[in-house]
Design a protein around this ligand. Structure first.
Ligand code: FES
Ligand SMILES: [Fe+2]
Length: 348
C-alpha cells in the first residue's frame, strides 16, 4: 500500500528496538516518486559500469561445490565446477575428445571421468582443455574469463566484517547485470515495493557514487530496527550495502550480477551479518538455524527486485524496437544509442 515518506501516525505505531540513532534533519519529505532521480541512478550506474572488474565473475557459494560437477554459464559459455583435494576447479563443460558434456561426468579421485569414453580430466588439463583461474574468497567463488581485455589477479571485494555469519542466495532473472545494479541504486522504492520489509526509509547522504539511507527494517509486523545503510558499487557488476550506523553496524550485503547469456543474469548475493552485542556469539553458534532465515528474507526481496530488473530490461527492449513506449523519467543507465545497440546484441 503506498505510503508517504514520513507518515506521523504510522511512525507512532512502530515499535523501535535496538540501538537508537541520533536524529537526522532536515529530512526530505517529498513523495518518493519526486525524490527518486532517474538521472542520478543512471549516472551512478554509468560510473559503476566504468570501474575495473578484472574479468572476474561471482558464480555461487563455495559451499555449493562438492566432488560432483555442477554446470554454470557465464557470457554464453558453459563450465563445469567441482572440488578436488586442492579446492575448487572450473573448466570448459565440453570434453576435449568428442565433446560430451562433463556436467554428467563421474568424479573419481578428484578427476572427472567423461561419460562417453572414460577420459580422466583434472586440473592439469588435456589437449587444449584447461581449467580457468578460480578465486575462492571463503564464501563465494569466482571465475576469471580469459580472453577479456582487462585481467586482474583477484576480484575486487568490499571490506567484509571479520567473524560474520554468512549466507548466500543465487537466483536467475531475465535481464542484464545493469538492470540488477540499477534496481539496487534505487532505494526509494523500498517502502512502496517491499512494505513487508521496510516501514520507513529516507535518503540521508548522497554523492555521485554512493547513497546512504536511514531505514526502519521490519523484524516482525510493527517491530522495527533502525539503521543507516550505504550502497556503493566496488566493481561494475556488484553493489554492496553496508550498515554504517545502528544495530548490526559493519554488516554487509554483497549483490553480484553475473551475465549468464544475452538477457539472462544470475544474482548472487552474500550476506555477512555481524554485531558488537555479546549475544552475537550465540547467534554465530546458531548459524545453521539462522542461515535459512537470512536466505528466506533475501530471496523474498529478490523475487520482487528481479521483477523490477526484468521490467527495466523489457522496457529497454521495447524502446529499442521502437514500439512507442514512453515512460516519464525512464532513462536507463546505458541509455546511449551505441550502448543500447550493444545491449541488443547481447554484449553486456
Ligand atoms: S567424448 Fe569424452 S572421452 Fe570421448
Ligand atoms: Fe528492492
Amino acid at each position: 500500500m503506498p505510503s508517504p515518506p514520513f507518515d506521523r501516525r504510522a511512525e507512532r505505531r512502530l515499535l523501535r528496538v535496538g540501538r537508537v540513532l541520533p536524529p537526522r534533519a532536515p529530512l526530505d519529505l517529498r513523495p518518493a516518486h519526486e525524490q527518486a532521480s532517474a538521472a542520478w541512478i543512471a549516472q551512478a550506474a554509468r560510473l559503476a559500469g566504468a570501474l575495473p572488474g578484472g574479468s572476474w565473475y561471482a558464480i555461487d557459494a563455495v559451499a555449493a561445490i562438492g566432488a560432483t560437477p555442477r554446470c554454470y554459464h557465464v557470457r554464453g559459455r558453459a563450465f563445469v565446477v567441482w572440488r578436488d583435494s586442492d579446492g575448487i576447479v572450473a573448466a570448459p563443460e565440453a570434453c576435449p575428445h568428442l565433446g560430451a558434456s562433463l556436467a554428467h561426468a563421474r568424479a573419481s579421485a578428484g578427476k572427472l571421468i567423461c561419460p562417453w569414453h572414460g577420459l580422466a580430466l583434472g586440473r592439469e588439463g588435456h589437449a587444449g582443455w584447461k581449467p580457468l583461474r578460480v578465486h575462492d574468497d571463503g564464501v563465494l567463488f569466482w571465475l576469471r574469463l580469459e580472453g577479456e581485455r582487462e585481467l586482474l589477479a583477484a576480484p575486487i571485494l568490499p571490506a567484509r566484517p571479520d567473524g560474520a555469519l554468512s549466507a548466500v542466495v543465487r537466483i536467475e532473472a531475465a535481464c542484464e547485470p545493469r538492470d540488477v545494479i540499477a534496481n539496487r541504486l534505487d532505494p526509494w522504492h523500498g517502502t512502496h515495493y517491499h512494505p513487508h520489509s521496510f516501514a520507513r526509509l529516507h535518503v540521508i547522504e548522497q554523492d555521485e557514487r554512493a547513497i546512504t539511507v536511514r531505514v526502519a527494517y521490519r523484524l516482525l509486523g510493527r517491530i522495527v530496527i533502525e539503521v543507516d545503510a550505504r550502497f556503493h558499487c566496488p566493481d561494475p557488476r556488484t553493489i554492496a550495502m553496508t550498515i554504517v550506523r545502528g544495530e548490526g553496524e559493519g554488516s554487509l550485503v554483497e549483490t553480484h550480477a553475473t551475465p549468464i547469456a544475452a538477457g539472462r543474469t544470475a544474482i548472487v548475493e552474500a550476506t555477512f551479518a555481524t554485531s558488537a552485542r555479546p549475544g552475537f556469539e550465540t547467534a554465530r553458534r546458531l548459524a545453521p538455524a539462522l542461515r535459512p532465515l537470512i536466505r528466506w528474507a533475501a530471496r523474498r526481496l529478490w523475487i520482487e527486485d528481479a521483477a523490477y530488473a526484468e521490467r527495466l530490461y523489457h522496457l529497454r527492449a521495447r524502446q529499442r524496437d521502437g514500439d512507442g513506449v514512453r515512460v516519464s523519467g525512464f532513462r536507463h543507465p546505458d541509455a546511449t544509442d551505441a550502448a543500447q545497440t550493444e545491449a541488443a546484441r547481447g554484449n553486456t
